[in-house]
Design a protein around this ligand. Structure first.
Ligand code: NAP
Length: 350
């Protein structure tokens, strides 16, 4: 058994010299190096921006979506959507553990990977035939490889697997929101606006903002049905309906809801492109925008802020924050309404 690079560079087929996330193609050979772990895959969770792009590109044709996803995995040795650049994550059972793996996993454990599918060597052996192409979650079988620097979480006993998978997929969002809001609280308590607040990362971000003692938590949703959902669960202090891709309309709605000011912290959890300018305009001077959405454009955000002379801090939503998985599970366990919202979203996407 050889020792692989801790960051998985030995698995890069092309182009040479890049890390797995930037690779066109990975080697998904099931034979593991002595610091790797092989997972028997049971379910993929395509990230929301990737699935929405596929759904739109194929006009909702499930068979075409399935064929596209299978083609990507077979060609690239990983699930890495070329249009959005995003992936998702997976659950499965630990199948083999190299003697020098530092991950602390044991064969037979049920785990969720907490690293993106865009850098995870993946091989599917059932042709995705158990998936109708119409949900973000993909029941399947195959194998995936974790490197020494990958992370995985043991699945909790008290949450259905599909719900746990959905929580883990977006668990970076609440941990980052808590960090940003808590940091600002050293000076003053913040107002927080969450765009896409009835979604998975959005609802967790609302809970995290409250947990970090935000002064006011505003949930911005796309329509009255989502507003009713948040209201029923008591998940936000204020709720407003706006199209996050309409910059002027969004900024006016946020300002009206927050007493004539922009938010101190704006969190973008919408799964469609084009929310950068609205988020910047909705944020007060000296405030922070957290771009968790994978549909965010760096040039649109950077040049948009410059063009608006907006003095705002802009953070890319790093999917990793230490303790993020446990924190997200804690939030879901602590709030039955949040858990219910997750369960109904996962049920609706099935
Ligand atoms: P989600 O559950 O689908 O939530 C997205 C929400 O945005 C939905 O409620 C959706 O409403 C709403 N929305 C869509 N278009 C809108 C618009 N024009 N105006 C206002 N709201 C709108 O998605 P998620 O799983 O939370 O993921 C959100 C984003 O985070 C995605 O871009 C995803 O790729 C990204 N993500 C990032 C990371 C990371 O590490 N940074 C990790 C995972 C996911 P409808 O349901 O009515 O469409």
């Amino acid at each position: 058994m050889s020792t692989g690079s801790p960051v998985g560079s030995h698995r890069v087929v092309s182009p040479t010299g890049v890390l797995p996330q930037a690779a066109d193609k990975l080697d998904s050979n099931p034979e593991i190096a002595e610091n790797e772990v092989r997972i028997r895959v049971e379910r993929l969770n395509l990230d929301a921006a990737s699935y929405r792009q596929l759904h739109t590109a194929h006009s909702g044709d499930g068979a075409a979506i399935r064929a596209d996803v299978l083609d990507v995995i077979e060609r690239r040795g990983k699930m890495h959507n070329r249009a959005t650049g995003s992936g998702g994550m997976l659950i499965g059972t630990v199948d083999a553990v190299g003697d020098r793996s530092p991950l602390g996993l044991k064969a037979g454990q049920k785990v969720a990977t907490l690293v993106s599918l865009t850098l995870t060597p993946l091989h599917i052996d059932d042709g995705l035939r158990h998936w109708d192409g119409l949900s973000e979650q993909v029941p399947t079988s195959g194998h995936a490889i974790l490197f020494a620097r990958s992370i995985a979480a043991i699945l909790p006993d008290d949450l259905p697997e599909q719900v746990a998978l959905a929580v883990f997929d977006v668990c970076g969002a609440p941990a980052l929101v808590r960090r940003v809001v808590a940091r600002r609280a050293a000076h003053a308590r913040s107002t927080v606006a969450v765009l896409g607040a009835a979604g998975k990362s959005g609802s967790l971000s609302l809970a995290a903002a409250r947990d970090a003692r935000a002064a006011t938590v505003l949930g911005v949703v796309r329509d009255d049905a989502e507003a009713a959902l948040l209201r029923a669960g008591g998940l936000a202090d204020r709720i407003a309906v706006a199209d996050a891709t309409d910059p002027l309309g969004l900024a006016e709605t946020v300002s009206d809801a927050l007493g004539g000011r922009g938010a101190d912290v704006t969190v973008v959890c919408v799964d469609v492109p084009g929310c950068e300018h609205g988020a910047i305009l909705s944020t007060s001077t000296g405030g922070t925008v957290v771009f968790f959405s994978m549909a965010t454009s760096f040039p649109a955000a950077a040049l948009g802020a410059e063009g608006l002379a907006a003095d705002v801090e802009m953070l890319i939503g790093n999917g990793y924050v230490p303790g993020h998985a446990d924190y997200a599970l804690h939030l879901v366990a602590a709030d039955p309404a949040l858990r219910e919202l997750f369960e109904s979203r996962v049920e609706g996407e099935r």
